[in-house]
Design a protein around this ligand. Structure first.
Ligand code: NAI
Length: 420
């Protein structure tokens, strides 16, 4: 790997992996450092906590790849101090902590791990469905108070009950598969047409799903269209005695209305993992209209928080960073042109990130066309104000290096790398 800010010295080939500096902050799972090491990267620095301000800026100097979780803010000022930065790994789902637009304009892709914790969420939902159907939350609370409510009334098996999945994506469909293993009937509602897994069936509408389900579980993304998706009308459409689970996003359910439905006993219980307002730090007080209700399970947004998920995230994000570092592939990058490339095996691969403006592609092709290098393959993608073109050329290292130097001079060039 080389980058525009560190042109290779004469005689140097591709930037050696042993010299690529990787900085991993916030106690990222060991699986990340292990994956880098087994790919031949040895300059890996690991920091347990998050860094901020001057400390962060100074830590980023000379770093080629940085890995963070949700607490490190990579804003414009932090990114400007990381002049050699080639890629960013967010070892989590969200990327709000990174100024991705600025990173893109610097030619730096950002990778994350949106799906490594799918199974963790799905397992928690299944556990909660069983607990709610049995009335365990309220029985647990009453035992804590010294009461002994030994009764089968209102306590049900999951077998034979109907589970309604709202949002049949990665998590929703996995919940459906696990629920069928318990003998539940699974129906789902999605805004796009989804392939049914197992015996799951698409419900006619959200309303139809709510009327038929004994357990409703929400797995939709945070969008303007999913805000208060479960408001007074929808909660009122649920079957008497049904239970609701929300491990998706906090603003999807109107919690005041839900509280009314639960207090009056029309709904039998709820499990809620995500809230419209969540504490930002461990010491901050958590408040919710649902607090204090015996028939409600409250958890602090831990649906996807398991050691297995963290290990999976460590592997998934590192794999994406390695694919970009070694091959130039930006598949599944956030807010960056996505180019999926075959492994780099040929003579030289020229990576050129540029401003997306008319004429730049013909200028790139022109530079290569004027040389003696034959183009083996070319891949291009643009996103907003940025374009990314990868050209495999049959050229020796010297010729490839001169081509790269010429491409670097083109107006609108944001970043270049050459892989041998
Ligand atoms: P996904 O993108 O794979 O699936 C979401 C599905 O919802 C898609 O099929 C989409 O078409 C559908 N959808 C969108 N709007 C809809 C609407 N109005 N009605 C019905 N369906 C709609 O997402 P994934 O990975 O399954 O995640 C689902 C949710 O779970 C997300 O909000 C995510 O943030 C959250 N999540 C929560 C975690 C936790 O710790 N509690 C951990 C991981 C994810």
């Amino acid at each position: 790997m080389t980058d525009a800010s560190t042109p290779p010295s004469p005689g140097e080939t591709s930037f050696p992996r042993s010299e690529i500096r990787v900085l991993l902050l916030e106690g990222i799972s060991q699986t990340a450092a292990e994956a880098f090491r087994s790919a031949g990267y040895s300059r890996i620095e690991e920091v347990q906590g998050a860094l901020a301000g001057e400390e962060l800026r100074s830590a980023l100097e000379g770093v080629h790849v940085v890995g963070i979780r949700s607490r490190t803010q990579l804003d414009e000022s932090a990114l400007e101090s990381a002049r050699k930065l080639v890629a960013i790994g967010c070892y989590c789902i969200g990327t709000n902590q990174v100024d991705t637009a600025h990173a893109r304009r610097r030619g730096v892709p950002v990778f994350n791990a949106p799906y490594s914790n799918t199974r963790s969420v799905a397992e928690l939902v299944i556990a909660e469905a069983i607990m709610l159907l049995r009335g365990v939350p309220q029985k647990n609370m009453s035992c804590h108070r010294g009461e002994w409510l030994k009764s089968a009334a209102g306590s049900h098996e999951a077998r034979g009950k109907t589970l309604g999945v709202v949002g049949y994506g990665h998590i929703g469909s996995q919940v459906g598969v696990l629920a069928e293993m318990l003998g539940m009937r699974v129906i789902y509602h999605d805004v796009v047409s989804r392939l049914s897994l197992g015996n799951a069936e698409s419900a006619g509408s959200l309303e139809d799903l709510l009327r038929r389900s004994d357990v409703v579980t929400l797995h939709v993304p945070e969008l303007p269209s999913t805000r208060d998706l479960m408001g007074a009308r929808e909660l009122g459409s649920m079957k008497d005695g049904a239970v609701l689970i929300n491990a998706s996003r906090g603003q999807v359910v109107d919690l005041d209305v839900l509280r009314d439905e639960l207090e009056h006993g029309r709904l039998a219980g709820a499990a809620v993992d995500v809230f419209p307002k969540e504490p930002k730090a461990a010491g901050e007080r958590f408040e919710s209209p649902l607090a204090g209700l015996d028939n409600v399970l409250l958890t602090p947004h831990i649906g996807g928080s398991t050691e297995e998920a963290q290990a999976g995230i460590g592997r998934e994000v590192t794999e994406k960073l390695l694919r970009y570092s070694d091959d130039g592939s930006t598949l599944s990058a956030v807010d960056f042109p996505e180019v999926s490339l075959p492994p780099h095996t040929g003579d030289a691969r020229l990576l050129h990130v540029h401003e997306n403006r008319p004429g730049i592609m013909s200028a790139v092709t022109d530079v290569i066309g004027r040389s003696s290098a034959n183009i083996d393959a070319q891949y291009l993608q643009t996103l907003g104000d940025v374009g990314y073109v990868v050209t495999d050329v049959a050229a020796d290292r010297g010729a490839a290096r001169s081509l790269m130097a010429e491409l670097r001079q083109l107006e609108g060039t944001l970043r270049t790398r050459v892989l041998f």
